[in-house]
Design a protein around this ligand. Structure first.
Ligand SMILES: Nc1ncnc2c1ncn2[C@@H]1O[C@H](COP(=O)(O)OP(=O)(O)OP(=O)(O)O)[C@@H](O)[C@H]1O
Ligand SMILES: [Mg+2]
Length: 413
């Protein structure tokens, strides 16, 4: 091939990509990359568009007494994932702090983010860090010591202290110790007026609390409803404005993304992710974002979920899934029986340097995989030969292939 043609090809492709650029500012498609000020800017616009109006009104009336120097009770906030709890509460508290500053009311707020499961120790340590009362420890310091440090950091502050405990259901070990500390001990030991704000996406969260804490805990509750399609359209429109070239989005795309996301759970995070995926696919294809591309993005996201699930699964479970895939792709009738799958599983284990589990434990793993919809299993009767389980995989071939590759990589088979 002539060097000039390659050169022209590359330049042509690059020019094509530039001419058809869809994404103007990638960061607005990925919240993790947004800095706080930008996040608040996106929010300002969205809340001006009457999204989360009801919830914001409830938050406002809950905290209004602060400006009269009165002391509101604690607050519990529930709502499904992606309904804007973290964003709305952060935004609200930020604004409240500004208003209080203007009116000479001393108010501070701290956001204790428990978005990954953690024991009491970590949560207390994080809280102490937020208050500049401690460094990060792995161990070697007692819970009591951490509590004392938190108390002494607050020994001289007499204003309001709003402690926003996000995803509180992620507390794993010594949950009651942590809650008892916050609800009973801390308010008695510091001069500040403490207002706790617990956020969770599980409605049943307070049922698991120690009854002594629960009876002590006076709570006001606010529920965040799932976003409806109209809210999601507003949220998406602002993203499109910030992140994309407007003309790159075909008519009906926003409506479709919003409809798909609201049909599931009204999860705004999911809606933004779907928009982002569509934009990436369109950019790769050098086209505008069309309805077909949204469909395509939707099924890719769906598939990515399965692949992530298997990537993070325990190795034994991966071996079991590999055996199932080998079995159903080996033969034409597309169903495997427990016996042969178990045999293949043992082979996989040997290849991966794992010790095969018993048949019974293997059966439990099949149930687990069934629960994740990675396979289907039915018990069938073989008359006097007893009963057996038939196993099938009802996923697109391409996805099955990706899952298998993922497992092979993980198990080094
Ligand atoms: N009102 C909104 N305006 C713009 N984007 C929003 C809004 N609400 C939610 N989002 C989007 O959804 C994502 C999730 O929102 P948020 O983190 O507040 O949800 P959450 O209710 O705290 O969910 P979880 O229970 O999973 O923590 C945000 O990162 C943002 O992309
Ligand atoms: Mg959250």
């Amino acid at each position: 091939m002539e060097p000039t043609t390659v050169r022209n090809k590359i330049m042509g492709q690059i020019q094509h990509m530039l001419d058809h650029a869809i994404i103007r500012n990638r960061r607005f498609l990925d919240d993790e990359q947004l800095i706080k000020a930008e996040q608040l800017a996106v929010l300002e616009e969205i809340f001006n568009a009457n999204v989360r109006d009801v919830e914001i009104r409830e938050l406002s009336s809950h905290f209004a007494p602060v400006l009269r120097h009165d002391h509101p009770v604690h607050l519990a906030i529930w709502g499904k994932t992606g309904t804007g709890k973290t964003l709305t509460v952060s935004y609200f508290l930020n604004l409240l702090a500004q208003m209080c500053a203007e009116k000479n009311v001393a108010l501070r707020y701290k956001h204790l983010d428990l978005s990954t499961p953690m024991p009491c120790f970590r949560a207390l340590n994080d809280l102490a860090c937020l208050l500049n009362a401690s460094k990060r420890y792995k161990k070697g310091i007692s819970l009591e010591e951490l509590m004392l440090r938190i108390e002494s950091a607050l020994a001289h502050y007499t204003g309001y202290l709003v402690l926003f405990v996000d995803e509180v259901d992620n507390l794993r070990r010594d949950k009651d110790t942590f809650m008892t500390f916050l609800v009973r001990r801390l308010p008695q030991r510091i001069p500040a007026k403490l207002i706790l704000v617990f956020v969770s996406n599980r409605l049943d969260w307070p049922d698991n609390l120690d009854p002594r804490v629960r009876s002590f805990l006076k709570l006001n509750e606010v529920v965040f409803k799932p976003y409806d399609a109209v809210d999601l359209q507003r949220i998406l429109n602002i993203r499109v404005e910030k992140a994309l070239h407007q003309e790159a989005v075909e008519a009906g795309v926003i409506e479709k993304v919003a409809a798909l996301a609201s049909r599931d759970h009204g999860d705004a995070r999911q809606a933004v992710a779907l928009l982002a995926k569509s934009a990436y696919l369109a950019e790769k294809a050098g086209s505008r974002i069309s309805l077909e591309i949204v469909d395509h993005a939707c099924s890719e996201i769906e598939q990515d979920k399965y692949v992530t699930m298997i990537r993070t699964a325990p190795r034994q479970l991966q071996a079991a899934m590999a055996a199932v895939i080998q079995c159903v792709s080996n033969r034409s009738r597309e169903k495997g029986e427990t016996g042969e799958v178990y045999h293949l599983y043992s082979t996989c284990c040997h290849q991966a340097g794992l010790r095969p589990l018993t048949r019974r434990a293997f059966g439990d793993m099949l149930n687990e995989l069934d629960m994740y919809s990675l396979l289907q299993s039915h018990v069938v009767s073989r008359g006097r030969y007893g009963r057996t389980r038939e196993i099938s995989v009802d996923l697109p071939d391409e996805l099955t292939g990706r899952i298998y590759e993922e497992i092979k990589r993980s198990l080094e088979m």
